[in-house]
Ligand binder design. Structure first.
Ligand code: GRF
Length: 216
């Protein structure tokens, strides 16, 4: 399966997905990495791995529709079958999201549906939650909504700041996103009635979301 990855910055999740795709037997291949920001560090990570990159700078477009049309054109031209948002910081139009319905994944650093949007770690601390985590889900027009493929729980520890909590969650993200991507490329994660049904290797259905409290 040909994968396209959308980034805006650092690219640490991109790196985790690149590593996963390099594993023997992984059925996904990253055909293209697109950044909406010319200076995104993730572009260098992709180039170092020999993956084609493209900058589509949103500032050069007057409307979201024309920006998204260019994204779509580039992904389609590269033969992409599955889009992975990995720290992609642009809101996509409903038209783009519907075009890629059930073929676009996102990772969000909270246990959705809690703490959608921005500043999630500080908001989790302010709320006093003891457990937070990260979620990989199929993208829907509403921000940070959509059928959940996999989640990992991460503890909030005494003395945590937004930075220390973000770093702990990011470690879990780097394990969770490759795992979720593997389930999708192997056809083991299907959207049924706006929930994801996971097929175990023996073909039996197991309930989603996959809960991974012991990610270490
Ligand atoms: C991650 O925390 C991801 O969950 C969020 O943005 C951050 C991107 O980090 N959507 P990176 O660019 O993958 O390092």
């Amino acid at each position: 399966m040909k994968i396209g990855i959308l980034i805006s910055g650092r690219g640490s999740n991109l790196k985790a997905l690149i590593n996963a795709c390099e594993e023997p037997g992984f059925r996904g291949h990253i055909a293209l990495v697109i950044s909406n920001r010319p200076g995104a560090a993730g572009l260098d990570i992709a180039k170092a791995a020999g993956i084609p990159t493209l900058v589509i700078d949103h500032k050069e477009f007057t409307t979201r529709e024309t920006f998204d049309a260019e994204l779509d054109r580039a992904l389609t031209k590269a033969g992409v079958e599955l889009v992975c948002n990995a720290g992609f910081m642009r809101i996509l139009t409903d038209g783009f999201v519907e075009k890629w319905r059930d073929r676009q994944l996102n990772i969000h650093p909270s246990l959705l549906p809690a703490f959608k949007g921005l500043h999630v770690h500080q908001r989790a601390l302010d709320a006093g939650v003891r457990i937070t985590g990260c979620t990989v889900h199929f993208v829907r027009p509403e921000m940070d909504e959509g059928p959940i493929v996999a989640q990992a729980a991460v503890p909030v520890l005494p003395g945590d700041t937004a930075e220390t909590l973000a770093a702990r969650i990011l470690e879990a993200e780097h394990k969770l996103y490759p795992l979720a991507l593997r389930l999708v490329v192997e056809g083991r994660a299907r959207v049924v009635g706006e929930h994801v049904v996971l097929n175990d290797v023996d073909g039996t259905d197991i309930p989603a979301p996959l809960f991974m409290p012991t990610l270490q």
